[in-house]
Design a protein around this ligand. Structure first.
Ligand code: SF4
Length: 295
């Protein structure tokens, strides 16, 4: 099944219940640190986004809007013009995000918006969007594997060539150094490759990561045996999550990424105490958020 992020949000607003599924962000959380997965997916503890995360969300939204324009209009100046209306819409939808700028003057907001302009400039240095006609942006994809494991996620952009070859594109706008996030990003891309392969019966020709913070891109070509193996890895992760979910045994696994964890104060590795285990959530466990989609 494939829908856009907007259609998905409408379904959520209508209160439609969805089956528990594995998303790339939550799978990656569990791999990194089971306790982080628990805090995010089971306790669902709120996390205040950083301005860098919000900027990433904003840039993703602008790039989506850019591709909705006719090809010849997809120019850097037009993209910059889209920043203010995109931020206005995002902050209307999530007033708590605008709170991050409470007490700051217009000058600070302008300077934050201009840091987003730099990411957009970096994007235009990597490719010319006038020459592309993506099949979809912010595409919600979902597939049930033969084992019954449900995979769900959002693809930043899907390019399909006239020959039918598929390219999965992901924009990276995060503040963490590229080498730290690279394995995580590749995990996410292989996740999407498995979903698209199972949905369409075609192994994507290319997985492309575009790092807008440092203006570099990384392309990778998966093959079917590799995706088969990766599918088994995802099934094993889901099994491990269900096992931990039954017992509440989500252990901390401290590492370099703890520097970016919002839950150190509750983490035993940092002298904290987690809240009592609330039990395995029904019916949904650990969906992606708009902030995840803009990491
Ligand atoms: S601080 Fe580190 S070990 Fe603790 S929950 Fe966060 S990621 Fe896990």
């Amino acid at each position: 099944m494939a829908t856009t992020a907007a259609e998905d949000e409408q379904a959520g607003n209508r209160g439609e219940v969805r089956r528990p599924a594995l998303s790339p962000s939550r799978a990656s959380d569990f791999k990194q640190c089971p306790l982080l997965y628990r805090f995010r997916a089971v306790d669902r503890l709120p996390e205040v986004p950083t301005k860098a995360q919000l900027r990433g969300t904003l840039v993703h939204s602008v790039l989506e809007r850019l591709f909705a324009l006719p090809g010849p209009e997809r120019l850097p100046a037009r993209a910059r013009e889209l920043l203010a209306p995109a931020w206005s819409q995002l902050s209307d939808q999530r007033p708590e995000w605008a709170e991050l700028f409470a007490g700051e003057g217009e000058e600070q907001v302008r300077s934050w918006l201009s840091s987003a302009e730099k990411l957009l400039d970096s994007y235009f240095a990597l490719e010319d969007p006038r020459r592309l006609e993506p099949e979809a942006c912010e595409l919600h994809v979902e597939i049930e594997l033969g084992s019954g494991v449900l995979l769900r996620g959002y693809v930043d952009r899907l390019d399909v060539a006239p020959t039918g070859e598929i390219r999965v594109v992901d924009y990276k706008t995060g503040a963490a150094p590229r080498e730290i996030g690279e394995a995580k990003a590749m995990f996410q891309m292989k996740f999407y490759a498995v979903v698209l392969w199972r949905l369409r019966g075609i192994v994507p020709r290319q997985l492309k990561l575009m790092y807008l913070t440092d203006g570099q891109s990384l392309a990778y070509t998966p093959d079917e045996p590799e995706l088969r193996r990766f599918e088994r890895t995802l099934e094993a992760i889901w099994e491990a999550i269900l096992r931990a979910g039954r017992t509440g045994d989500f252990r901390p696994n401290p590492g370099r990424l703890c520097d970016w964890c919002a839950h150190q104060a509750r983490c035993p590795s940092f002298g904290g105490t987690p809240p009592p285990y609330p039990g395995w959530p029904e019916p949904d466990a650990g969906d992606e958020t708009p902030l995840d989609r803009a990491d």
